[in-house]
Ligand binder design. Structure first.
Ligand SMILES: Cc1ncc(CO)c(N)n1
Length: 235
């Protein structure tokens, strides 16, 4: 029986699954906002070498995130979901890649040149975490693995914009406006809705696995800021 036809019996007193997942790593979420890379990105003091490192790594990351969304289309027969995952594929390529290419241009790099840079260690570990779940995991597992990407960036974007409204000449203004936008919020909101809708059909073991996956992705999101702050290198 599919989740669409099964009666949805939400326990109103209990926080939603997505809230429980975030609550499980609350302090690490808070530490994302306080990471020196994030703070400096927000107030515009981040050295351009760090931002350049970050954008180049993130362009590589987004290619793998696009593939993860593409795999998601194969894990559902619900047309609305298939369409939304397809939209995420396109938007990741068009909206975010456009942002990256504009920054790439500022650094004098063409889109092709941007992909010749090798992945730094953290990126090289994070992306297979997503792709493994995308290929062999269930749809709730996939949704959980990508949720911190969407949710943390929206929270970071809003947090930074609220803390220091960026001046017109803020060097990272476009980045801040992209991730603090209602369009970007809707990505995380939609993923949470779909996951929460499936929550009543998961057993304790399956839910425990989701906590593990969510924590791992959240850890990698923190490490990604840290990678760019330290301009992480291979030995
Ligand atoms: C590492 C990382 N996580 C999440 C996002 C948001 O899409 C991004 N651009 N990069």
């Amino acid at each position: 029986m599919s989740f669409e036809t099964h009666p949805y019996t939400a326990d109103m007193a209990r926080p939603r699954l997505s809230e429980r997942l975030r609550e499980g790593c609350r302090s690490l979420w808070q530490r994302q906002m306080e990471h020196p890379f994030v703070v400096a990105l927000g107030n515009g003091t981040l050295p351009s070498a760090n931002f350049q490192f970050y954008i180049l790594q993130d362009a590589l990351f987004l290619d793998e995130l696009t593939k993860t969304f593409a795999y998601a289309t194969t894990k559902t027969t619900n047309h609305e979901e298939m369409e939304q995952f397809g939209t995420f594929v396109l938007n990741t390529l068009l909206v975010e890649a456009d942002l990256h290419h504009r920054y790439g241009e500022r650094f004098g790099l063409s889109p092709a040149e941007m992909t010749t840079i090798p992945m730094a260690p953290t990126n090289y570990a994070y992306t297979p975490h997503l792709l493994t779940i995308a290929t062999v995991g269930t749809l709730p597992e996939l949704l959980t693995a990508i949720l911190p990407c969407a949710w943390i960036y929206a929270e970071v974007g809003h947090h930074l914009l609220d803390t220091v409204p960026p001046a017109p000449d803020h060097p990272y203004r476009d980045w801040l406006l992209t991730y603090a936008s209602p369009d970007f919020d809707s990505v995380g909101t939609w993923i949470r809705e779909r996951l929460d809708q499936r929550a009543p059909f998961l057993n304790a073991q399956e839910e425990a696995r989701l906590h593990e996956i969510f924590l791992t992705s959240t850890r990698y999101e923190w490490l990604f800021w840290d990678m760019a702050w330290k301009m992480e290198e291979w030995p």
